[in-house]
Design a protein around this ligand. Structure first.
Ligand code: 6CS
Length: 335
């Protein structure tokens, strides 16, 4: 080896070694585009905590910069990204048990109970991490994003009103079953296609939490918002597992603490967010109808829960049943 080459090799080794022991740049992608969207507020808080407590830097990639949810998940699994936010709505195709979050009316509506559930759930903190680990992912946090409401072109007061409505759902089989049980014709699509599909009439409905209906201006291409209290949008934040396992204890603790701080912050951030978002939509489009269905009107939707739960168990077997039972026990504990 010539001296010049060996010096270059050493210099390169020095840079790599310094990188391993010193300041690194970590890449983190989310599924949402606007800075005030819940996943980005969480990510920004995480970044702030990491950068305030170490020499590492976190680069954020909101939706639209690196592709659809499935793309960023692939990038996280292959190690191109160190962190990713992917919702069970998409992860359900990879980890079928994650679809448990789509059994209607399973999660409580009360924000304090919901927060306590996410904070303490054994299903979330003990049963899900090994399932994510099998997919090369270190599950760092699961958090709620807000009550999901439907947006459609025509009013919905009962499942009969969803008859023949092509309704976009995230790409997992249980959501398809759930919207079939609600009377609609479910159409799984990645997020990037939803606005255009509503605009051209390929689909006539979709569901999302209030802040997202507002920030994505989905109300421009739908006319009615209907809230039936059937779900709260859940998401998950994770790291590439090889990357995480290769870190020293100090960096792992740094990441765990930053994820915990972001979790607490995001629960506070959501107080009153749904109401504010619905008001903002009404201000932007005064003829938008916003219907919060009564208990009586909700009943036929609620009655589908057992059927969807059975589909979940037949899709996921013993593993899914264990998660479902644990979730019910966790929910019981916070009631
Ligand atoms: O419906 C969706 O696909 C999106 N909804 C939210 C609230 N976050 C990300 C996800 O891609």
């Amino acid at each position: 080896m010539s001296r010049r080459i060996s010096v270059l090799a050493l210099a390169a080794f020095g840079v790599l070694a310094a990188g391993a022991a010193g300041a690194d740049t970590w890449r983190y992608a989310t599924e949402e585009a606007a800075a005030e969207d819940v996943q980005n507020v969480f990510a920004e808080k995480f970044k702030e905590q990491i950068e305030a407590n170490s020499d590492h830097e976190v680069q954020l990639f909101p939706f639209g910069t690196l592709g659809e949810s499935a793309d960023i998940m692939e990038q996280a699994q292959s190690g191109i990204l160190q962190f990713v936010d992917q919702s069970p709505g998409f992860t359900g195709a990879l980890i079928p048990e994650a679809q448990v979050f789509f059994v209607p009316y399973l999660l409580p509506q009360d924000p304090d109970k919901l927060a306590e559930f996410f904070r303490t759930s054994k299903a979330i903190h003990e049963l899900f991490p090994p399932l994510y680990a099998k997919q090369g992912l270190e599950l760092l946090s699961m958090f709620p994003e807000g009550e999901v409401c439907m947006t459609t072109k025509k009013p919905v007061h009962s499942p009969a009103d969803l008859n023949e409505v092509k309704f976009r759902v995230m790409t997992n089989p249980l959501l398809v079953d759930s919207y079939k049980a609600f009377g609609a014709t479910p159409t799984p699509l990645p997020w990037g296609e939803v606005y255009g599909a509503l605009q051209t009439g390929i689909i006539q409905g979709q569901e999302n939490p209030g802040f997202f209906l507002d920030s994505t201006k989905i109300y421009e291409v739908t006319d009615v918002i209907t809230c039936i209290g059937h779900n709260n949008f859940t998401t998950a934040m994770m790291a590439n597992k090889d990357f995480y396992d290769g870190l020293g204890e100090e960096d792992q603790t740094l990441i765990q603490n930053a994820a915990k701080a972001a979790f607490d912050y995001i629960l506070d951030y959501q107080q009153g967010l749904q109401e504010k978002a619905l008001e903002a939509i009404k201000a932007a489009k005064p003829d938008m109808q916003i219907n919060i269905l009564s208990q009586e009107e909700r009943k036929p939707f609620m009655d589908t829960a057992g059927e969807v739960e059975s589909s979940f168990v037949s899709m996921t077997g013993d593993s899914g049943k264990t998660i479902l039972d644990q979730m019910k026990a966790d929910l019981q504990a916070v009631q």
